[in-house]
Write a protein that binds this ligand. Structure first.
Ligand code: HEC
Length: 104
């Protein structure tokens, strides 16, 4: 063989190329959009606790629900709802969760 690479390296290189080809074909096979026509389960509705974790820990760490009273949470939510730019339904879920676990 008139190659500059030793035989062992050529074998490794060929193996690596084959692996890349296999991976590429696997990726391309999955690239086709999946058609989900009969989607029976509706998108999961997030709980108050989940909405709280997602929306309320962006600017400051989460506060425990027990740190404030139900009345305090109501006032806090008036302010933080605007900050978090929450739709009414989500703000309501979060408030419900916080008040259920609140200090009293
Ligand atoms: C855009 C940023 C931002 C988001 C989003 C946000 N907060 Fe705040 N939060 C602040 C800032 C700034 C303060 C401190 C200043 C203040 O109290 O106004 C604060 C303070 C608080 C406090 C302390 C109040 C006190 O009297 O000690 C609580 C509790 C709180 N936020 C809860 C929440 C909850 C619940 C959410 C989700 C609905 C939320 N925050 C989302 C910015 C944010």
């Amino acid at each position: 063989m008139r190659s500059t690479l030793p035989y062992k390296q050529q074998v490794v290189l060929a193996g690596a190329l084959a692996l890349v080809a296999v991976c590429l074909s696997a990726v391309l096979a999955h690239a086709e959009p999946e058609k989900k026509t009969d989607q029976k389960t509706p998108p999961k509705k997030l709980t108050g606790a989940e909405l709280y974790a997602i929306n309320c820990a962006r600017c400051h760490p989460e506060r425990y629900a027990t740190e404030f009273t139900a009345a305090q949470w109501k006032t806090i939510m008036l302010h933080m709802r605007v900050r978090a730019n929450l739709p009414a339904a989500q703000a309501k879920e979060i408030l419900k969760y916080l008040q259920e676990d609140s200090g009293n």
